[in-house]
Design a protein around this ligand. Structure first.
Ligand code: FE2
Length: 298
């Protein structure tokens, strides 16, 4: 029998099987050092939302309508205007236009159910409620069916500008608006189908890196200027200026063969970034990669 090669992710060797046989966490786990850990009311809220969103996800019920608390609204009103100011200066036009079309406001937390309906009318993608970060392959099993998993909880109020895990601010202000663009939607759907179909852990890892350096941390050249489109950058007041102006960041044109060989550390600011010319170009790249990998999903 052919041996599965060992693979390195985030600088350490991992069991390749986790790439294709994801674990399923049925209960909320906040990582050590999480700012909400000592706050019983926060933990209770997170557990309630975890149970509700997991139930909606597993039963294909769509995003539940959430009664956000005044504390959650306070955090949204604290963070989203700061992000919006940075977006107006540094986000790509496609993102800005979509954010306006979706009517995402800096004062009221949007209901993902409403955003999902609007996105679906535009690109036939929809939003899937997620109780927390899903394992990569589970995540992409939804995307393969044109559903994008999004969280509905909000970070802890003691550190409104920081979250150790993707939360609703990351998902809603980072991931949702670009889903309104047709080429972007097709890029995602194809990554999802390919990652869910292949049995080769190395191909899953390559697709994950392609996605990380575009969907999560991508830059785009627009009218001669470098703009942001990656959700991980767009949802962080620190990462936006860092990605564009820090001397510690290496910014290179997006070359697919380099990108899929590049490891990264998700726990720190990203110091290697890649620049794409357009979503149409990115779509051709992912189509070429999937064809080259021989994954029969096109
Ligand atoms: Fe993300």
């Amino acid at each position: 029998m052919k041996e599965t090669p060992s693979i390195v992710e985030y600088g350490v060797a991992i069991d390749p099987r986790t790439m294709i046989e994801p674990p399923d966490a049925a209960e909320l786990e906040l990582e050590p050092g999480h700012p909400g850990l000592g706050d019983a009311a926060y933990v209770k809220r997170r557990k309630d939302l975890f149970a509700l969103c997991r139930q909606h996800r597993l039963n294909h019920l769509g995003p539940p309508l959430i009664n956000y608390t005044s504390e959650e609204t306070r955090i949204w009103r604290d963070v989203s205007p700061k992000l919006d100011e940075l977006h107006r200066k540094h986000a790509c036009q496609i993102y800005l236009k979509a954010k306006d079309t979706l009517g995402i406001s800096a004062t009221e937390i949007p209901q993902l159910r409403v955003l999902s309906d609007r996105v679906q009318r535009e690109t036939n993608m929809h939003l899937v409620p997620a109780e927390g970060p899903l394992p990569y392959r589970t995540f992409y099993s939804y995307i393969a069916e044109r559903g994008f998993p999004v969280t509905q909880f909000i970070r802890h109020g003691s550190h409104p500008e920081f979250t150790p895990e993707p939360d609703m601010i990351h998902d809603c202000l980072g991931h949702v608006p670009p889903l309104m663009h047709h080429d972007y939607a097709e890029v995602l759907a194809l990554i999802g189908k390919a990652a869910f179909t292949t049995a080769d852990p190395l191909q899953v890892l390559a697709l994950k890196r392609f996605s990380w350096f575009s969907i999560e941390f991508g830059l785009m050249k627009e009218a001669g200027e470098i703009k942001v489109f990656g959700a991980g950058i767009l949802s962080s007041t620190g990462e936006i200026p860092f990605s564009l102006f820090s001397k510690d960041v290496k910014r290179r044109p997006f070359v697919t063969d380099e990108v899929i060989e590049t490891d990264y550390d998700p726990s720190r600011m990203q110091d290697q970034l890649f620049i794409i010319p357009s979503f149409a170009w990115l779509r051709r790249e992912i189509e070429g990669l999937v064809r080259r990998f021989g994954i029969g999903v096109m």
